[in-house]
Design a protein around this ligand. Sequence first.
Ligand SMILES: [Zn+2]
Length: 319
Amino acid sequence: MVHVRTWTKIALLITIAIFLMIGAISYIYKPIYSVTLDGELIGYTENKAELQDRITKYIEKGNSENNIAFVEIDKLPQFQLCLLKKDIETNDEEIFNEVVEKGQAYYKFYAVAVSDDEKAYVSSYDEAEQVVEKLKDKDSKNKNDLSIIEKYEKTLEEFSEVDDVVDELYEKKVVVSSYAVGATGVNTSTTKVDLGISLIRPVSGIVTSRFGARWGRTHKGTDIGAPAGTPIVAAASGTVTVSQYGYNGGYGNYVIISHGNGVQTLYGHCTTLMVETGEYVSQGQLIATVGTTGNSTGNHLHLEIRVNGVAQDPQNYLY
Ligand SMILES: [Zn+2]
């Protein structure tokens, strides 16, 4: 039984020796992994788990900062444990870049479409939603045809700014007035119709021709003399239902604003029109300038106030 004890001692000594050797090796050497991709050595790393984790996350989740949704990679890198001297250079960053560059990135972004026709691209859903909201706020004609499409593509489209997309897609609603030019009637009685709104003077000046009978016909408005180019402002807020250059049955360049409840104001003989049909204007907003276009013999504003198409005497309300 003596030699058994001896063998036990020897085995113990060998074990101790092995531990000492491992200790010595790990003092000089450290575990390091060589990384190969497609059979080609691309570098060394000490942080196998960390690097693998980073690559996996990138493949699955991409990088939201540059719109990468996920990445398709045919071959994953191979890690091989090797013992190298401690001063070997590791290059985790290069390995990562090399691996992801070999992959096919899929980009995620959003298209704003009108009737399913993609019109512009934005980076985030939030921006796409802002475009739609802004167009709805502006009451754009196409507001009910808008949609947001989530895109996954191999190439990135050029992105637009929210406000640029809004400007590009905005379509004014054209409201066609049934009594665009002539009033359908004239209130020749002295009864003052309640407009339900208060008006302000569109121009300051003196009345040069009153409402009512004039030279054998009825003058459907009030003329206010003012120099050419004098600003004309909206008498009340409303939607511009006509803003048109031309002779226009004698009105010349003229604007009609609808204020609701059948109340309209008309501004005739203007020089420059500053608003467009379909536009919402607030009370006091510049809409045109005084001129003498159409059937006119001097610079003045021809102002009409109509209720359900019937011309009222503006001097019941103004001047
Ligand atoms: Zn007139």
